[in-house]
Write a protein that binds this ligand. Sequence first.
Ligand SMILES: [Zn+2]
Length: 129
Amino acid sequence: MPEPNRGRTQNLGAPKPDSHLGTFATKPKTGVPCGHPELQKLLPALFAGSLAKTGRQVERRRLERHVRTCAACRAICVEHAHRTVTLPILKEAAQQFGITVPELQRSLERSAARMARTPMPAASCHALR
Ligand SMILES: [Zn+2]
């Protein structure tokens, strides 16, 4: 893995708006349609935090119960988490190393594969107990 470029100015910008949600509402990535599109339409409000407001707790609980059993809505939640949490972290790390996010992902995959092939020394195994 390359050395981080700690002196580089970081300008990651704000997360992009969730314009993708409208697409998911009609074409979930899972290929399995949501059985309750009226609940799926509440996902942008959940992500924006507006379902946490007084008077919307019933909607929020109903949506949260639904997401536990709906693959289409869960896929939207995972995609949202990736875009708003994981991807910004990957972008920041890639900038520090002076590489692109795909280059960082390939480097991490190679490192993980190397670690998986390398047996852990017995002394390290005892340290984990
Ligand atoms: Zn759903």
